[in-house]
Design a protein around this ligand. Sequence first.
Ligand code: CA
Length: 421
Amino acid sequence: MTKLLNSWVASANSADSEFPLNNLPYGVFSINGEDAMCGVAIGDMILNVTSAEEAGVLNTSDMPVFDVPYWNDFMDLGREAWGVFRNELMAALSDGSEQKAALEPHLVAQSDATMHMPFAVSEYTDFYAGRQHAENMGAILRGSPELPANWLHIPIGYNGRASTVVVSGTDIHRPMSQMKAPDADMPSFGPTKRLDIELEMGAIVGTGSNMGQPINVDQADDMIFGYVLLNDWSARDIQGWEYMPLGPFQGKAFGTTISPWIVTSAALETFRTATPPRDKELLPYLDETKDGLYDIILEVTMQPEGAAKPTTVTRTNYSRMYYSAAQQLCHHAVSGCEMSPGDLLGSGTISGPTKAEYGSLMELSWAGREPFTLDTGETRTFIEDGDTLTLKGHAQGDGFKIGFGDCQGKILPAVGFPFIA
Ligand code: CA
């Protein structure tokens, strides 16, 4: 197995660093409110590739691609260019590199940086590919873990909202909409009482496909630029009233949080793991020729306002999923739907087989029937105002980690609706 690769950036040479030379994830940052720039995380530093490109110390391509505060232009160069750039970065940042003196002026401390969205989200689609989650939701909502008839055949998804995908650290206001209690005659309006998270991975499409042109799973896998952690905030009572017959709408549209660093498929390559055995054979267009999932250890913490420390509420692994991102992307384009650089695909909630591995509070509290206790002694069923939820994730190598950076959001009270007097 690959070992820790040493860098002249000393903080990267630690088994605990999320960003060793093996990782090199891509983000967008600013310092002191100045213009946002593209950067690469290395140890506790960021290599400013916008200024390095401008100074001519990085040969990215014939054209500047980092003169914009997002990675979409670079993604659009294609997989071959991604590999060339990654190799160049690895050589330039490795221990003993002659480029050290030229690159050092382009390093900034992560602690001085504000992170921004790493890419412009073209469109956002969310899937429902975690089997344990789907079975739990069936048991909770319909009284049976039996999967919908299509579930073992189709990677189920819905078209979400790109407009409200935000970077880690962005506060989220408790959403309002209609909901209806099962025993009520009429719906009511107000802030959700069942605000939840969904622990997911987000796959970022790096190169597009053309309208009318399906792609196979291998082509789809090659189109995926990288991955982020993704929290699909969900209002269960709003969702419960609105979702029949066309699926999620306002219960999901108010916010989706992603981690700030795009961890590339290349950095994750050695952590590939197979999708599970199939109960029902998939139709041949969804066949994979390589392992489509990744061994990524995930956890979620919850920290009430004023609490000294967060409490870990779940620990699971991305390898629990039934469908890979490549299968989801293949299915997404199968009818001829055009895909673009910057398309974001949510994996679906990642839950493992035991309660300690459930990826939503809906499952952890079994729809509010079984409150759980935080380290502070407080109990929770769903999220309270002032709570901060944090997703963390990493692939564990031999003496190194491939980390994602935190995917964090704090819930603020509902803002109030401007009713007409
Ligand atoms: Ca979801």
